[in-house]
Design a binder for this molecule. Structure first.
Ligand code: FMN
Length: 319
């Protein structure tokens, strides 16, 4: 997820049992041109195995060159983005707009597969809108072109994130291809994952927004479904340690000023989750939020985070 699952987030997800972590979408041409923000999206391959770098683009040449660069950076898998609904992406005929242009999509896939020394996978939606549900047809052509795994978000592009993901509709893609299909959209709990697997008959699930404020969630869900894999939900003391680690790695990746701003959304999600589980009162959560989301001095933020978790731990121990 662009702006969320950066290298610090992925490291925690990976170390806590996620089966596969994928980079934020990386613009292929800008990666080849070594634009610093795109290189930063691709870092961490040396520490994460397996690790996929996701490429977006609309020109076969850049997708092919981007795949080579991504593999040189250590990607074990190249994933092609054909699901992003954002207007600035679809306006440039990439992301989910490619589902309206299957021939162009295929030429991008072919160029990427031909250039990539590692397996290439594809992420898509059900189609552009309800009148053009062409995921299964594209998936078949993609498989023939060498795509080795397909992730389907059970919404159309025109739904953006509205309504509920249609897990049953993903089954049509599963039935159309023999490569593994990963179901995606709205899974939050082990119960959801079970239902999603049953309705879609997919080989695996992808977790996105449910991991906001808890990058360990994919590993925890894996553990619940298949004991012996992944990890248990961390206790509050362990969560404090993980968040401190997360915060420090954000600061070292982005630098102190930019990192301070990047950390805020993760801090906000963490406070909301602590309040939601009764580890801090609503009033106290509001005070912490006011302070932590406006402080520019990272020493003050670190101290505030310690105070937040000390309060949560004492509430947790008292309960
Ligand atoms: C903030 C945000 C950023 C996203 N960025 C990407 C991206 O870079 N690449 C991608 O394939 N999907 C991206 N997605 C889509 C998610 O991967 C996923 O398909 C979607 O959120 C539905 O799954 P979920 O309900 O588990 O979140 C993004 C979603 C959100 C909310």
């Amino acid at each position: 997820m662009s702006g969320v699952s950066d290298a610090p987030f992925r490291k925690i997800a990976h170390d806590n049992g996620a089966g596969l972590v994928i980079s934020e979408m990386v613009a292929s041409e800008e990666l080849v041109r070594a634009r610093p923000d795109m290189l930063r999206r691709a870092v961490g391959a040396d520490q994460l195995k397996p690790f996929a770098i996701q490429l977006a683009g609309r020109e076969p040449r850049w997708m092919g060159e981007g795949a080579r660069v991504a593999a040189d950076l250590g990607a074990d898998i190249i994933d092609i983005n054909m699901g992003c609904p954002a207007r600035q992406v679809t306006g440039g005929w990439s992301g989910s707009a490619l589902m309206r242009e299957p021939d162009l999509a295929l030429s991008l896939i072919e160029a990427t597969v031909a250039a990539s020394p590692v397996p290439v996978t594809l992420k898509m939606r059900l189609g552009w809108d309800d009148t053009s549900l062409n995921a299964a047809a594209i998936a078949q052509r993609a498989e023939q072109a060498g795509i080795q795994m397909i992730t389907v978000h059970g919404r159309t592009r025109c739904q953006f994130y509205k309504g509920r993901a249609n897990w049953r509709a993903i089954r049509e893609v599963v039935n159309a291809v023999s490569v593994p299909v990963v179901a995606n959209g709205d899974a939050e709990s082990a119960g959801d994952v079970g239902t999603m697997l049953q309705e879609s008959n997919a080989a695996a699930v992808m977790i996105g927004r449910a991991a906001y404020g808890r990058p360990w969630l994919p590993g925890v869900l894996a553990q619940k479904l298949e004991a012996g894999t992944g990890c248990e939900e961390p206790g509050i003391e362990r969560e404090a340690e993980l968040f401190s680690l997360h915060h420090q790695s954000i600061l070292s990746l982005y630098g102190h000023e930019h990192g301070n701003r990047i950390a805020r959304k993760h801090i906000g999600w963490t406070i909301s989750r602590l309040a939601g589980r009764g580890f801090v009162t609503i009033e106290s959560a509001n005070n912490h939020r006011r302070m932590l989301l406006s402080a520019n001095d990272n020493a003050v933020v670190s101290k505030g985070l310690k105070a937040l978790f000390a309060e949560a731990c004492s509430m947790g121990n008292a309960a």
